[in-house]
Design a protein around this ligand. Structure first.
Ligand code: ARG
Length: 402
């Protein structure tokens, strides 16, 4: 480091205990000027002005960026079009927010001439990989520091450090879980959830009502899509952020969106986590069912394969990679005619698609019907079946001789 003028580091800052302590720790340990950057991807607001507090805690600059719209357009919609579900279960809410956060951090580092970026991820999770690999993918010249990977402070020791060093923190009642929230969902791990046999306790859930306490009458919701992107709820056009918030509310009050999963982390550990993703569950189901109506069978089958790969790439921190981007381009092409409306019935934690329509529907009642007006050419079935079964028939004759 040069003497005199200090190098700068951009810190991914949430206002919580870890990153508040990190402001001081980075100054002391690495002799760096800290620029604290909070990025809003739809997490609940802090009880105080975290920008002002970062400055009082010694950051030379602090800002809070609203990236919700960017998150929706560049993170959520591409993943929804790909029906992204890691291990067919987890809608990747945490994973898809990371690239958006990373992109903002890198842009700020470049603008501020900062040589380093710091984040508060631990050494056991996927998020550190998503940050580190994301950063080097966008700007390989930036160095990365992960204070939580380096220091060995417990929560109590962090509070102690803060008090001794005059770091102003908001000590909340200790949350027994580790939680990450954004527009697309809420991830929850640690504490009693670590026992994979125990049902998650009530306190693990925060967004959704207990299904048994949800209304006894079903609630119907209609989602309108244009080229694979949701644009209206119950006939009302909304922008993406509003739309997701609205569907989150509707599904959550019906107890829909809870997920309990034992998943495979990239670092080789299996971990038990719970998720609440009301909008993600509703919109993904709705989107898939509209695809079933509007896409041809071979496209559906092939897309299913690449969707799985897409989900793995996103989970494993390779968002800014050629394969993820190329699959996204393929997926975009498939969405040309994924336009229409889906009706969903929500009841006490359950979710069911009960209607779908599209100007590009490939469902042809004239072909499908068993009633009057049938247009299917019945005679053709015989010729088709003759050809279709011919390989098996030929083989059976040959094999019988042996
Ligand atoms: N396991 C999920 C993922 O890797 C969520 C991690 C969320 N982090 C947390 N502190 N709960 O995407």
């Amino acid at each position: 480091m040069t003497s005199g003028k200090r190098e700068k580091i951009v810190l991914a800052y949430s206002g919580g205990l870890d990153t508040s302590v990190a402001i001081r720790w980075l100054q002391e340990k690495y002799n760096l000027d800290v620029i604290a950057v909070g990025i809003n991807v739809g997490q609940p607001p802090s009880s105080d002005d975290i920008v002002a507090r970062a400055l009082r805690n010694g950051a030379i600059k602090a800002e809070f960026i609203d990236a919700k719209e960017e998150f929706v357009n560049d993170g959520i919609w591409p993943s929804l079009k790909a029906n992204a579900m890691y291990e067919d279960v987890y809608p990747l809410c945490t994973a898809i927010a990371r690239p958006i956060i990373v992109r903002n951090l890198v842009q700020i580092a470049q603008r501020e001439g900062a040589k380093y970026i710091a984040h508060g991820c631990t050494a056991k999770g996927n998020d550190q990989v998503r940050f580190d690999v994301g950063i080097v993918s966008l700007d390989p010249s930036i160095g990365i520091i992960g204070p939580m990977r380096e220091w060995v402070m417990t929560r109590e020791e962090e509070i102690d450090y803060a008090q001794k060093n005059g770091v102003e923190i908001i000590v909340k009642k200790e949350n027994p879980f580790s939680v990450d929230e954004n527009l697309w969902g809420r991830s929850c791990e640690c504490g009693v959830i670590e026992d994979a046999w125990q049902e998650p306790p009530k306190e693990a859930w925060a967004w959704t009502v207990e299904p048994t306490e949800a209304p006894n009458e079903p609630e119907y919701v209609e989602i309108q899509f244009e080229k694979g992107i949701p644009v209206a709820v119950n006939g009302k056009k909304m922008d993406g952020v509003q739309l997701i918030e609205e569907v989150n509310r509707i599904a959550a009050r019906n107890g829909v969106g809870r997920i309990d999963h034992v998943e495979d982390r990239l670092v080789g550990i299996k971990s038990r986590e719970t998720y609440e993703c009301p909008a993600a569950m509703v919109l993904t189901q709705a989107h898939r069912s509209l695809e079933f109506l509007t896409l041809q069978k071979d496209v559906l089958e092939f897309k299913k394969i690449v969707e799985q790969r897409y989900s793995q790439l996103v989970y494993n921190g390779l968002w800014f990679g050629t394969l993820r981007e190329s699959i996204a381009a393929f997926v975009d092409k498939t969405q040309e005619f994924v336009t229409g409306t889906v009706r969903i019935k929500l009841l006490k934690g359950s979710l069911m698609v009960v209607g779908r329509k599209s100007p590009y529907s490939l469902y042809d009642e004239g072909l499908a019907t068993y009633a009057k007006g049938d247009e299917f050419d019945h005679k053709s079935a015989l010729g088709f079946i003759y050809c279709w079964g011919l390989p098996n028939k030929t083989a059976a004759k040959v094999h019988k001789k042996k």
